[in-house]
Design a protein around this ligand. Structure first.
Ligand SMILES: NC(=O)c1ccc[n+]([C@@H]2O[C@H](COP(=O)([O-])OP(=O)(O)OC[C@H]3O[C@@H](n4cnc5c(N)ncnc54)[C@H](OP(=O)(O)O)[C@@H]3O)[C@@H](O)[C@H]2O)c1
Length: 301
């Protein structure tokens, strides 16, 4: 839902960015499109700052201090390692709000801003910003994780809603664990598919052919999770209690790539409680599968 311009502007009249990279550009452009006033940008290079400003209606390139002086909400969208030095190089003022967009970086890196009277927080879009134009087009619909006290948390939540995104609130102290967890829904999907592709390449097929076959299956799995949940939506031999097939899989993979076989066994072990939770296998079947996983192929890890 697009928030009327005046309402969005009443939440944060002037928004500024320090760091004009992939996320900074995408977020600034989206906010501008939704009627927010992206007022100012600073970056390490003038070219990057100018590119961000060019995608907004009325955004000027300034120094980081000017951005902080003139804006009500300042996004620090530098690489993670540059967030603390960037924040420490600025004199902050009470009444302004400062957030960073890093998933793994603690909000305490903005401690100088907090000490000087600004409100601070974390604003982490659970989205991939590989290319800012594509990311700006696809941001709507994603979840944005906010870690902030009140009233900043509520004001940021209104911004998230205006972007067409959903708010996730994160308690303090959970940031690194939270960010690690996101890997299971992003980069580790690539890792899992790379294992499968490796098996196809072993008989002379290609990554392209394997992915053409895997991706429709992956979409089906996602649809099944959406409909039935993680446990009931899980397919595969463990979910059917098919101990013999699991054993033969491990043996076949061990002959081809022992590391892949070990990884496969670890994944199967993690599949057993899900199959039990779905009520598909009983305790005896679970024990039988675990025993096979410990004994099939190499010695247990
Ligand atoms: N990329 C993603 O998928 C993604 C997803 C979620 C969260 N994030 C988070 O978003 C933040 C930005 O990531 P990104 O991928 O957008 O990084 P990026 O593409 O590397 O952009 C970072 C920008 O910050 C500028 N910069 C570097 N040091 C600076 C400094 N000291 N002062 C001012 N500007 C500085 C860079 O300089 P130039 O002016 O030289 O270009 C660059 O434009 C990070 O905290 C990251 O963890 C990223």
């Amino acid at each position: 839902m697009t928030m009327p311009h005046t309402e969005l502007a009443s939440v944060f009249p002037k928004i500024g960015f320090i760091g004009a990279g992939r996320l900074g550009c995408a977020l600034a452009w989206c906010l501008d499109q939704k009627g927010a006033h992206v007022h100012a940008v600073a970056s390490r290079s003038a070219d990057s700052a100018t590119a961000l400003a060019a995608g907004c209606s009325a955004c000027a390139v300034m120094s980081p201090q000017q951005v902080a002086d003139e804006c009500d909400l300042i996004f620090i969208t530098t690489p993670d390692a540059a967030i603390a030095p960037a924040a420490e190089g600025i004199c902050w003022r009470p009444g302004s709000s400062v957030v960073h967009c890093s998933g793994a970086t603690e909000v305490q890196v903005l401690g100088k801003a907090l000490a000087e009277g600004a409100e601070v927080g974390g604003f982490h879009p659970m989205h991939t910003f590989a290319d800012p134009v594509t990311a700006a087009r696809t941001l709507s619909g994603c979840v944005i994780t906010i870690e902030a006290g009140e009233p900043l948390s509520q004001r940021l939540s209104r911004l998230v809603t205006a972007l067409g995104c959903t708010v996730n609130h994160l308690p303090a102290g959970m940031r690194v664990r939270y960010h690690a967890s996101c890997g299971f829904a992003s980069q580790f999907v690539n890792v899992l598919l790379a294992e499968g592709v490796g098996a196809w390449q072993s008989w002379g097929s290609t990554e392209q052919a394997a992915l053409a076959a895997f991706l429709p299956m992956l979409r089906g799995t996602i649809a099944s999770i959406e409909t039935s949940g993680l446990a009931k939506g899980m397919p595969g031999p463990v979910s059917r209690g098919d101990t013999h097939t699991v054993e033969r899989h491990v043996q076949a993979l061990r002959d081809f790539d022992p590391d892949m076989a070990s990884f496969y066994r670890a994944l199967c072990r993690r599949s057993v409680p899900l199959a039990q939770k779905a009520g598909r296998i009983d305790d005896a079947q679970a024990a039988s599968i675990k025993a096979v996983l410990d004994t099939a192929g190499d010695a247990p890890e």
